[in-house]
Design a protein around this ligand. Structure first.
Ligand SMILES: C[S@@+](CC[C@H](N)C(=O)[O-])C[C@H]1O[C@@H](n2cnc3c(N)ncnc32)[C@H](O)[C@@H]1O
Length: 287
């Protein structure tokens, strides 16, 4: 098998270019790129060089540094958006159980903090609709991400039919509309009732202040902390627990562990956490 010579690349791309990319994406999004990501960065950003008709990475990085509009494209190109409906299904079973014990009169509030293309917040919405037994459950879901493209996909709620292959027939029938005609054949759209439960908004977890109000009963923050270094992870977790109701849940991704932050959260299920110290809180908004 012929192996492509890295020097035969379409665009000149040096170690110094990679270091520059690494620095910028860390500063902008907290994403910590290891050396093994050098080729990945090349292929993700080469698309931008082609689109902008730039001759090499050095020219692209200078353009990036001087062009505000390119900043978002750069972030969008470097995020990894892998997700799925009901990914790590046990979390949704946990959420359904949580609803059974939810006795408050107010809406149940969920923040999905790295929502990607929407499969995760829609899975939350389906779980809550089922648990409350109605298409208009008393819930509010905020679905956020740093990547503007994935947020648009989430808002549209249109997916290739194979994305819902593993869902039960009942879920497919109840929560998805099948696309018709040349343009939409092979696609499904989530029903509008689910869309009404979710507000998609752009939030960079690295920002000092998040545009959020009130406390949350459940925070899903799955498979994003892995891109950050340990100190960023703990800083973010510190901020997130301040946004949790006393009896709230923090749900992490399968390879994210907070055993080193047991002053903040305690494990109560498979990568499911509750507040470590509910007495040490000065905020509640019970009703
Ligand atoms: C691998 S996906 C995880 C999606 C979903 N939570 C799941 O587990 O299936 C990671 C997501 O985190 C987002 N992300 C990366 N850095 C971020 C940041 N600084 N602030 C907010 N979102 C970020 C990416 O855009 C991407 O959509």
């Amino acid at each position: 098998m012929a192996v492509a010579n890295l020097n035969d690349r379409e665009f000149s791309y040096t170690q110094a270019d990679f270091e520059r990319v690494r620095k910028i994406i860390y500063k902008k999004a907290g994403i910590n790129l290891s050396d093994s990501k050098k080729q990945l960065v090349y292929s993700r950003l080469a698309r931008r060089l082609r689109a902008l008709k730039l001759p090499d990475f050095s020219a692209y990085l200078s353009y990036l540094e001087n062009t505000d509009e390119e900043q978002q494209e750069f972030v969008n190109a470097l995020t990894t958006n892998l997700t799925a409906f009901f990914r790590e299904e046990h979390h949704f079973d946990f959420l359904a159980e949580f609803v059974k014990n939810f006795k408050h009169k107010r809406n149940l509030r969920v923040w999905c903090a790295a929502a990607s293309t929407g499969e995760e917040p829609y899975s939350i919405a389906i779980t809550l609709a089922e648990a409350f037994g109605r298409y208009d459950p008393p819930v509010e879901i905020i679905a956020s991400d740093i990547d503007s493209n994935v947020l648009n996909e989430g808002r549209a709620g249109v997916y290739n039919i194979n994305r819902i292959e593993s869902l039960s027939l009942e879920r497919k029938r109840q929560f998805f509309l099948k696309g018709k005609g040349d343009k939409n054949a092979g696609k499904v759209k989530v029903i509008p009732d689910l869309g009404r439960l979710i507000e998609f908004k752009q939030i960079n977890l690295l920002d000092a202040k998040w545009p959020l109000t009130g406390l949350f009963d459940v925070i899903f923050c799955r498979n994003v902390m892995i891109y950050f270094d340990k100190s960023t992870q703990v800083n973010l977790l510190e901020k997130m627990v301040k946004l949790m109701q006393k009896d709230g849940l923090y749900i992490a991704g399968h390879s994210e562990s907070f055993s080193q932050a047991n002053h903040l959260v305690k494990l109560v299920g498979k990568t499911v956490y509750r507040l470590a110290d509910v007495n040490n809180r000065n905020t509640t908004d019970e009703s």
